[in-house]
Design a protein around this ligand. Structure first.
Ligand code: GLN
Length: 622
C-alpha cells in the first residue's frame, strides 16, 4: 500500500486521502459561502451593505485564524489533531446555521446570535484545518521527491475546486429555492445541513484512512504530535527556530495596537477589519526586525511583502463572487441557462468548474515555457492575474452600462467573467504559494505563509468594504415603483421623501438609519423596523404554509409623527443616498464595476513595472 519508494514516479496514496478530505471541507466552505449573504438578507432581514460587511469580516477572519492553527499545530497538537478539531468546529458551525435557518421566523434575535456563533465556529475551524492540510501535502514527499510538489499542489488545488464545485451545486439546489420569482426563505437551512454533512464526511475520511495512507515512505505517521514528529515534516515546524527577543515581541504588540487603532479611528474601518490589517503589517514588521537576516534573505522577504500587497487587490475583486456578484445574479440577471433557471447563488460555480478544467493545462503551459527558457517570473504572472481580473470587470461594466434600473444582464456575461477571473486566479494563487515556499528562509517559512495568508485576509476585508458600495439594484427600484416611491428622484435629491416613505425605505433596507443619533433623540425607530420585519417573516411563512395571516401591526408603526419627521430630517437620522468610495459617489453598476477595473488595473501596471527590480531582489530565482 505504500509504494512511494525512491524510484517511484507515482504520487503517494496519502495525496488522494488529503485530496478527498480537502474536497469535502471546501464543499462545506464554498457551499455555505454561496448561500450566506442571501440568507442574511432574505431570512435574517439585514441590509445588503451589512451582509457584505459580515461576509468580508467572516472570510477575512477565516484567513487570519490559520496563524493560530499553524502555531498550535507546530507546538502542541500536530496536523492530524488540528484537522480533526477544525473539521468538527466547521461541522458544528454549519449545524448552528441550520438552526438559525430553522427558527428565524419565530425568534429573529436568536437566529442572528446563532449566525455569529456559527461564523465564529467556522472561522476557527478553518484556521485549524486549512494550514494543516496544506502542510501535510508538503510532508508526504521526501526531499528527493520535492520536484513533484508543484504537480502535487496543482492536483490538490483541483481537489479544492472540485469540492467548491460540488458545494456550489448541491447547497444552492437545496437551499436557494426560487419558485416563480418568489424565494423560499425557509429552504436555506437544508443547504447548511448539507454543508455540515459534507464536513463530517471529510473529517471521517481522514480519521479512517490516515493511519493506513498518510504516512512517510518508511511507514511512519505524518502530522502526529510535534514531539514524535522531529525530522519528518519538512514544511511545518520550521518557524519554531525563529527566535524573537521579548523586546521585539513587546514592540510588535504595541505596533499592532497602534496600527489597529489607526485603521479603526483614522480610516473608519470596523474592529475586525482593523485587527486584520493591523496584524498583517505587524507580523511583516516583526519578521524584518530579526537581526539574523542576511541582506539576500531580507530582499527575498521584501519580494514576498511586495507581492502580498498587490495580491490584496486581486482577492478584494475576486471575492465579490459571494456578495455583490451574487446580488447581481439574484436581482439583475437573466439566469436562463439552456432553458433552465439557475439559482442565483449557483452562478459562482463556474469558478470551480474552470479551475478543474484549466489547472492542468495552465501548469503544462508554464512547463513548456520553462522548457523554452521563456517562463515569466512569478510577480509577472501575478501582474497578468491582476490585469485579467481588471479586464473581467471592464467587460461586465460595459455590459451593464445600458441596462438602466430594470434591464437584465444575460448570465453568459457572468460566466465569461468567472472564466477570465479563474485564468487570473491560476496565474496568481498557486504561483503565490510556491513563491513564498521558494523565497522564504526556512526558519521563517510558516510565519511568511502567515503573512501571505494575512494578505488574503486583508483582501477579503477590502472585498467586504467594496461590496458594501453596491448601488441600489433593479429589484429595489421595482419594489419602490410598486408602492409609488420615486427612488431615483430621492437618490438624486430631486424629490424629498415623506416620513412614511422614509419608514418604508428603511424597512426595505434602502435607507440607512443612524442608530446612535436616533437613540440620543429618543426615537425607537429600530424596534419598529424590527417588528415590521418579524411580521413580514411571519407573513411569508403563513403564505408558504397556506395559512391565513392577520395583519397585526398598526398604522402608526409605519409612519412618523410630524414632530419625529422634523427631527429625522434636521438631524439626518435617516439617509437615502448613493454609496461613496474614496470621495467618489457610486451612482450605478457601471461605476461600481469600474472601481475594480481601476484598482486592479493600477495594481497590475505597478507590479509589471516593479518586475525587473523584483527579479534582481530574488536573485534570479522565481
Ligand atoms: N480557492 C482557494 C482555496 O479555497 C484559494 C483561496 C485563497 O487562497 N484565498 O483554497
Amino acid at each position: 500500500m505504500n509504494n512511494n519508494t525512491k524510484s517511484s514516479s507515482k504520487h503517494p496514496p496519502g495525496l488522494f486521502v488529503l485530496f478527498l478530505t480537502e474536497m469535502w471541507e471546501r464543499f462545506n466552505f464554498y457551499g455555505m459561502r454561496a448561500l450566506l449573504t442571501l440568507f442574511i438578507i432574505n431570512a435574517l432581514m439585514m441590509s445588503k451593505e451589512d451582509s457584505s460587511l459580515i461576509y468580508g469580516g467572516f472570510l477575512g477572519l477565516s484567513y487570519l485564524t490559520p496563524m493560530l492553527g499553524g502555531f498550535i499545530s507546530d507546538r502542541y497538537l500536530g496536523n492530524r489533531n488540528c484537522i480533526m478539531i477544525g473539521g468538527t468546529l466547521m461541522a458544528i458551525g454549519q449545524l448552528l446555521l441550520f438552526f438559525s435557518g430553522s427558527i428565524f421566523d419565530s425568534n429573529l434575535e436568536l437566529a442572528k446570535i446563532l449566525l455569529y456563533i456559527a461564523l465564529g465556529s467556522i472561522t476557527f475551524g478553518n484556521g485549524f484545518f486549512k494550514p494543516n492540510i496544506s502542510s501535510m501535502v508538503g510532508s508526504l514527499y521526501p526531499p528527493q521527491d520535492k520536484n513533484k510538489l508543484d504537480t502535487a499542489f496543482t492536483l490538490f488545488y483541483m481537489g479544492i475546486n472540485l469540492g467548491a464545485f460540488l458545494g456550489q451545486l448541491i447547497c444552492p439546489l437545496l437551499g436557494d429555492v426560487v419558485n416563480d420569482g418568489v424565494r423560499d426563505i425557509f429552504a436555506f437551512k437544508w443547504g447548511f445541513l448539507a454543508a455540515s454533512i459534507a464536513m463530517v464526511i471529510g473529517t471521517l475520511t481522514l480519521y479512517l484512512l490516515k493511519d493506513k495512507y498518510v504516512i512517510t515512505p518508511e511507514g511512519k505517521p505524518i502530522g502526529g504530535l510535534p514531539k514524535h514528529n522531529k525530522g519528518e515534516d519538512y514544511v511545518d515546524g520550521e518557524a519554531q527556530s525563529a527566535k524573537f527577543t521579548p523586546t521585539a515581541l513587546g514592540l510588535a504588540l504595541l505596533g499592532f495596537i497602534a496600527l489597529a487603532l489607526t485603521f479603526y479611528y483614522v480610516f473608519g474601518q470596523n474592529i475586525i477589519y482593523s485587527a486584520i490589517y493591523g496584524s498583517g503589517l505587524t507580523l511583516a514588521g516583526l519578521i524584518l526586525s530579526d537581526k539574523s537576516l542576511t541582506k539576500v534573505e531580507r530582499d527575498r522577504i521584501l519580494v514576498i511583502y511586495i507581492v502580498s500587497f498587490f495580491v490584496i487587490f486581486f482577492w478584494a475583486a475576486f471575492e465579490q463572487a459571494g456578495s455583490s456578484l451574487t446580488f447581481i445574479a439574484d436581482n439583475q440577471t437573466d439566469r436562463n441557462f439552456f432553458g433552465w433557471q439557475m439559482p442565483p447563488s449557483m452562478v459562482q460555480i463556474f469558478n470551480g468548474i474552470f479551475v478543474v478544467i484549466f489547472a492542468i493545462p495552465m501548469s503544462l503551459l508554464w512547463d513548456s515555457l520553462r522548457a523554452k527558457g521563456k517562463e515569466p517570473i512569478s510577480p509577472f504572472k501575478q501582474a497578468i492575474g491582476l490585469l485579467l481580473i481588471a479586464l473581467s470587470y471592464f467587460i461586465i461594466a460595459h455590459n451593464v452600462k445600458d441596462l438602466g434600473n430594470s434591464g437584465l444582464l444575460a448570465v453568459k456575461w457572468l460566466i465569461l467573467l468567472y472564466f477570465i477571473q479563474t485564468i487570473g486566479e491560476l496565474c496568481l494563487s498557486p504561483i503565490g504559494l510556491s513563491l513564498v515556499g521558494k523565497l522564504a528562509p526556512k526558519r521563517f517559512a510558516s510565519l511568511l505563509f502567515g503573512v501571505f495568508f494575512l494578505s488574503n485576509a486583508s483582501g477579503y476585508a477590502l472585498a467586504g468594504t467594496l461590496g458594501a458600495i453596491l448601488p441600489p439594484t433593479s429589484e429595489q427600484f421595482i419594489a419602490c415603483d410598486k408602492i409609488k416611491i420615486n427612488l431615483q428622484g430621492i437618490l438624486d435629491s430631486k424629490v424629498e421623501a415623506s416620513g412614511e416613505e422614509l419608514f418604508r425605505l428603511l424597512n426595505m433596507k434602502i435607507a440607512k438609519l443612524n442608530t446612535d443619533l436616533a437613540q440620543s433623540n429618543n426615537l425607537n425607530i429600530k424596534d419598529r423596523v424590527d417588528n415590521l420585519n418579524k411580521l413580514n417573516a411571519a407573513r411569508e411563512k403563513a403564505k408558504k404554509d397556506k395559512k391565513e395571516f392577520t395583519n397585526t401591526y398598526k398604522a402608526q408603526d409605519t409612519t412618523f409623527t410630524a414632530e419625529e419627521f422634523k427631527i429625522i430630517k434636521d438631524k439626518k437620522i435617516i439617509e437615502v443616498k448613493y454609496p461613496t468610495f474614496a470621495g467618489f459617489t457610486i451612482h450605478n453598476l457601471f461605476e461600481f464595476f469600474m472601481v475594480f477595473v481601476v484598482l486592479c488595473g493600477i495594481a497590475s501596471v505597478l507590479l509589471f513595472g516593479l518586475t525587473p527590480l523584483l527579479k534582481k531582489m530574488m536573485h534570479g530565482r522565481g
